[in-house]
Design a protein around this ligand. Structure first.
Ligand code: 3PG
Length: 210
């Protein structure tokens, strides 16, 4: 494995569940990260789906040094570079393209691309990628589908996200080709909007018991 993949593996192994965060208002970024840290969750993914996303990465990187921030929903090279500059320590995409892989190859920031078909896996495997986001997990066809990849791809590991909740999380985590899972259920949009930080801390604690 190259050094980016080795560092990515170390990160993903550290925490079985990574919260996928959608931050609409910048003022919520630091209290949200602190609420998760109080609940024992250090590795977080902030999706670039809102205006406030990049500034949220920056402000958390500046004010919550314990947090290890990944930038998610990266679908082009310029987002990759902006997220790195803002302080993201790893980059996540629902897929990958030629340009995105080239950008990742020229960077020291670990990249977790998305792949859900054998052809996609082989394409990225040819470029030495061994860890993939598996999105949207529940909608694709679920656990049996991913289980079928164990035999043909013995050294590939996945991080399923999309539609997973507290009840289904243990089923995904039990698969030998799952290194970690992700989801928004640990810090749902509504709780963030309502600034329910204690509830988010509680959900984080429950999540780490999975
Ligand atoms: C992601 O980008 O990983 C998903 O949007 C998370 O999916 P969820 O909101 O259904 O957990």
């Amino acid at each position: 494995m190259n050094s980016n993949q080795t560092r990515l593996a170390a990160l993903l192994q550290k925490q079985p569940v990574i919260p996928v965060l959608i931050i609409e208002e910048l003022c919520n970024a630091v209290p949200l990260a602190q609420a998760l840290i109080r609940g024992g969750i250090k590795i977080i993914e902030i999706t670039l789906r809102t205006q406030a996303a990049l500034d949220s990465i920056k402000i958390i990187a500046d004010h919550v040094p314990e947090a290890i921030i990944g930038a998610g929903t990266i679908i082009n090279p310029s987002q990759f570079i902006s997220a790195e500059k803002a302080g993201a320590k790893f980059i996540v995409s629902p897929g990958f393209g030629k340009n995105l892989l080239e950008t990742a190859d020229n960077s020291n920031t670990p990249f977790l691309p998305g792949a859900i078909t054998p052809t996609e896996i082989i394409k990225a495997y040819e470029k030495n990628y061994k860890f993939f986001k598996f999105f949207p997990a529940e909608e694709i066809g679920s656990i049996a589908y991913l289980k079928a990849f164990i035999s043909p791809f013995p050294d590939i590991k996945f991080c399923p996200t999309g539609g997973i909740n507290r009840k289904t999380a243990p089923l995904w985590l039990a698969l030998p080709n799952v290194i970690c899972i992700g989801g928004s259920w640990i810090a749902p949009k509504k709780l963030i909007q309502e600034k329910q930080w204690d509830k988010i801390t509680k959900l984080a604690k429950q999540t780490l018991q999975l």
